[in-house]
Write a protein that binds this ligand. Structure first.
Ligand code: PMP
Length: 286
């Protein structure tokens, strides 16, 4: 089935969708994005993604392409047209194009570019990868300093995933100044005893929408949370570990740099949090 995508006010087949070669998203990575998951044909935490999108746009002085209500309508329409039961909606806003290349931002009246498309992912919730758990390597974090803004500068995270693949693993956690920042496309956690440890929010990491929800749910379930800097050595000696993201929810981690955590199977806290997160998210999806 040819996907229907959305480009600047128009719904059209993916093969007919066009963006200017002068678009600053293409030339300068001058763009931000959001990925919202879909379960049972409904959007998970749309509100959280819409709020973070607005923050990313504000931080970069990119004009808002449309209202939150309009964005919601577009998301829903694409989910319906493309018959997505389980999957993702990808949204990107760029600073647009004034028909040439220049380091200086285009004039104020240049409209931003808005693109959305869906990705069909049957089995997203009941994922075999989550039942097995992920194997992680650690790599240096050499990204720019504003990781709290969700930009499309994803070359290094993409290289990190490839480094992990080459090492026979699933993903990489990044380390800066001796401390773990986050995964290539997720936030990172380990569990020691009864305590979940994760890095506090700052400009050094993306403020994950799933992180926020999972930490709230963990607190409600009386789990102990310690938001602090941590080293990869601590994580390697942990009882269990996991990551969170909108596209993989809570993903157990069973190995870090070749060192098996616990019994080498997903730990009870990660499994429980995944269950709680999926259940609550389904109940509150719109
Ligand atoms: N950190 C990074 C670097 C990411 O790319 C992502 C997912 N895009 C996350 C964390 C998780 O954020 P969220 O839970 O909002 O998907």
């Amino acid at each position: 089935m040819t996907r229907t995508v959305y480009v600047n006010g128009t719904y059209l087949p993916e093969t007919d969708a066009k963006i200017s070669i002068f678009d600053r998203g293409f030339l300068m990575s001058d763009a931000v994005y959001e990925v919202t998951s879909v379960l049972d044909g409904k959007l998970i935490d749309f509100e959280g993604h819409a709020v973070r999108l607005q923050r990313s746009l504000d931080e970069l002085d990119i004009k808002k392409p449309c209202t939150k209500d309009e964005l919601l309508k577009i998301h829903r329409k694409l989910v319906v047209i493309n018959q997505i039961e389980e999957g993702l909606v990808y949204l990107q806003v760029t600073r647009g194009s004034d028909g040439d290349r220049d380091f200086v931002f285009p004039s104020e009246d240049t409209p931003p570019t808005l693109v959305l498309f869906t990705q069909n992912k049957p089995g997203l919730a009941d994922s075999p990868a989550a039942r097995k758990g992920a194997k992680i390597i650690s790599i240096d974090d050499i990204r720019w300093g504003r990781r709290d803004i969700k930009t499309v500068q994803l070359l290094y995270p993409s290289m990190g995933k490839m480094m992990a693949k080459k090492a026979g693993c699933d993903d990489a956690w990044m380390i800066e100044n001796g401390y773990v920042t986050e995964g290539t496309s997720n936030n990172a956690y380990f569990v020691k005893g009864n305590t979940i440890v994760t890095r506090p929010l700052s400009n050094e990491i993306l403020h994950g929408i799933t992180r926020k929800a999972v930490l709230r749910m963990a607190k409600e379930a009386q789990m102990q949370i310690d938001e602090r800097l941590f080293t990869i050595e601590e994580a390697r000696e942990a009882d269990e570990a996991f990551t969170t993201s909108a596209s993989a929810f809570v993903m157990p981690v069973v190995e870090i740099d070749g060192i098996q955590l616990g019994n080498g199977i997903p730990g009870p806290i990660a499994r429980r949090l995944r269950e709680i997160y999926l259940e609550e998210s389904r109940n509150t999806a719109i």
